[in-house]
Design a protein around this ligand. Structure first.
Ligand SMILES: Nc1ncnc2c1ncn2[C@@H]1O[C@H](COP(=O)(O)OP(=O)(O)OP(=O)(O)O)[C@@H](O)[C@H]1O
Ligand SMILES: [Mg+2]
Length: 277
């Protein structure tokens, strides 16, 4: 490392020590809503949302089916535009998708014709610092696979992986372009409890190591409490924020930790109240 890199890494270390409450706001939504129009039919999917997310935070959206959670992630990803209001990323309006915001979908979305490491390498190809540096790309891809404990499977084909392994490979690929914000839309359904527990542990390891800003959607209140710094509970469609619940437990958190129960029951009770309102 040269002197400026050492200085930078010291600054990074200091930044990462800052409590999330002092970190700069990376994402700001003001009166953001989305109504879909198909001919004469209008569907108000998402009500007016005001929200600030700080760098390095993990924010989880929790709410009834159809309340606009995926719509909200799509707006933040830049796949779609709000009907009202604005979305600012580091002070600039979100207009289109970009490598600074990567979405991990419910379906793992790996390329089946590429093996595990080539899927991760694909995510690195477009990064300037790796563009003409094949060896460095491989080193980085292996680091990412180690982070999700898939380094022994780098040459495996996608069809040879279990569901949980596919999700871990997809996580490594999503992290490859080093996005500022990772958007996760219910990536863990259909996996058994032990595999999920392992994925939660890995995701938290990644949070602690990389201080990525993560916005995630789930239907599982326990998962929300395990992963989030703040959980936003939504009302039914058009979804609005019913409650914000701060989970101030230290990380890494174990999904089976009884301390999560208090938060899980608050999340559920807000959901139920939102449904009655
Ligand atoms: N492109 C679209 N055109 C028309 N309506 C849409 C479109 N996308 C979503 N909707 C509608 O908007 C509403 C919210 O959908 P969305 O997928 O955001 O819900 P969700 O909260 O993610 O639900 P789930 O938890 O079931 O995934 C639904 O009524 C859906 O039918
Ligand atoms: Mg959805």
């Amino acid at each position: 490392m040269n002197t400026s890199e050492v200085e930078q890494s010291r600054t990074d270390a200091r930044e990462s020590e800052k409590p999330a409450a002092e970190a700069p706001v990376i994402l700001k939504l003001t009166n953001a809503s989305r109504t879909f129009e198909n001919g004469a039919q209008k569907v108000a999917a998402l009500g007016s949302i005001d929200l600030e997310v700080r760098e390095g935070e993990c924010v989880v959206f929790f709410g009834p089916s159809g309340c606009g959670k995926s719509t909200l992630l799509n707006l933040i990803a830049g796949f779609d535009h709000p009907t009202t209001g604005e979305i600012l990323l580091e002070g600039k309006p979100v207009e289109k998708p970009g490598p600074d915001r990567l979405m991990m979908f419910q379906e793992h979305a790996l390329f089946p014709w590429l093996n595990v490491i080539d899927n991760v390498l694909y995510g690195l190809r477009r990064q300037r610092k790796f563009r003409f540096r094949r060896r460095l790309r491989h080193v980085r891809a292996r680091e990412l696979l180690q982070m999700v404990h898939l380094d022994e499977f780098e040459k495996a084909s996608v069809h040879e992986l279990s569901g949980g392994m596919k999700q871990r490979a997809a996580l490594a690929r999503a992290l490859a372009p080093d996005p500022k914000i990772l958007l996760i839309d219910e990536p863990f359904p259909g996996l058994d409890a032990l595999v999920r527990a392992k994925l939660y542990a890995e995701l938290q390891e990644i949070m602690l190591r990389t201080h990525k800003t993560i916005l995630s959607v789930t239907h599982d209140p326990n998962e929300a409490a395990c992963l989030a710094d703040r959980v936003f509970v939504f009302t039914g469609r058009p979804g609005k924020i019913k409650a914000e619940i701060r989970v101030d437990l230290p990380r890494p958190r174990d999904i089976a930790d009884p301390k999560l129960a208090e938060f899980t029951s608050r999340i559920m009770s807000e959901l139920e109240q939102g449904a009655k309102a």
